[in-house]
Design a protein around this ligand. Structure first.
Ligand SMILES: [Zn+2]
Length: 325
């Protein structure tokens, strides 16, 4: 994903709105516990395949493993395969892994994350690493890990009044590398673009809203209100941030703007028409990147994953899911 720089206006807007809006309800804290140890293990299991770069064996094997996990938790799997063209002409053998809840009752919500690894560590401080693949423990595996733990937990606790579907989007991170001279086009989020363009109207309408998870396990991570999420799905942002507060993680979910990000939620909003937010880390004081020190570097590995971050995001989602009615 790629950061866009227009957060000054949005920050002002957020400030203005936060002074006029008061929270009307105080939702009670949900007692069901998200298990961060389990999510951490799901994250490590993906990394054990190696970097899951497009068209690699590790990618293929990890995709099979993710599919089996969701099936084990009672989910119906649809594999949406497509040959997608990367910015450099490479044909990317893409598979969106769609895990559907067997609960037929409405309403439904959608939670998604990308599962592919970036093939180039083009933001690494050492230029010798720029063409090496990224392990993508945070930028990929963490979002899928939180989704798998939620799927496991939803199977154990049948009391949620919403049905939760999950999508693991492929081919998110083949975007134009910083060392390339190519003009930046629509090179990111190719799997999500494909799913969104082919999404049936009835399917899109069945979702109340969507939540994208991207980089939800990093050390020292905080989550700010991403600008496109505020533009397309402001009420969802407010609901999720309120859930974070109720779950006890208000300090990690900051009530301020974190800029706009080109990510999988853009096509989900614009092409599929599902209001979808992006829960994505933001490090306003990090010189290496506002996505944090390990983003698109060879250091995006399990050594830099923090269970507390996984816990904060996971418990916030548990709070949200189990207080929906
Ligand atoms: Zn990335």
């Amino acid at each position: 994903m790629k950061q866009l720089l227009f957060y000054t206006i949005c920050a002002l807007c957020t400030l203005a709105c936060s002074t006029t809006k008061k929270q009307t309800s105080n939702p009670t804290t949900v007692s069901i516990q998200f298990n961060a140890d389990s999510a951490y293990a799901f994250c490590a299991a993906q990394c054990n395949f190696g970097p899951r770069t497009m068209n690699s064996e590790a990618h293929e094997l990890c995709g099979q493993w993710i599919t089996q996990q969701f099936q084990q938790y009672g989910y119906q799997i649809e594999l949406q395969k497509a040959d997608l063209r990367g910015y450099d002409g490479t044909i990317l053998k893409s598979t969106n892994i769609i895990a559907k809840s067997t609960k037929v009752q409405s309403p439904r919500i959608l939670i998604c994350a990308h599962w592919d690894s970036r093939p180039w560590a083009d933001n690494d401080p050492d230029s010798a690493n720029w063409r090496k693949p990224v392990m993508a423990a945070n930028d990929g595996a963490s979002g899928v890990a939180v989704m798998l733990e939620l799927a496991r937990l939803l199977q154990q606790n049948d009391s949620a009044r919403v049905a939760v579907d999950f999508i693991c989007f492929d081919a998110e991170d083949w975007g134009i590398p910083q060392w390339s001279n190519e003009v930046d086009g629509d090179s990111w989020a190719l799997g999500a673009q494909y799913w969104s363009a082919n999404c049936q109207k009835a399917t899109a309408k069945s979702y109340q809203y969507g939540i994208l998870l991207d980089m939800v396990g990093g050390q020292g991570a905080k989550f700010y209100r991403e600008a496109f999420s505020m533009q397309y799905a402001r009420s969802v942002v407010e609901k999720v941030w309120q859930a974070a507060g109720a779950a006890g993680y208000g300090s990690l979910f900051v009530n301020d703007s974190g800029g706009g990000v080109t990510d999988d939620h853009i096509p989900v909003n614009e092409k599929a028409g599902i209001p979808c937010i992006d829960i994505i880390n933001y490090y306003p004081d990090c010189r290496q990147s506002s996505f944090g020190p390990t983003w698109h570097t060879v250091n995006d590995d399990m050594q830099h994953i923090d269970k507390n971050t996984l816990q904060a995001v996971g418990q916030t989602l548990v709070q949200l899911i189990f207080s929906e009615n």
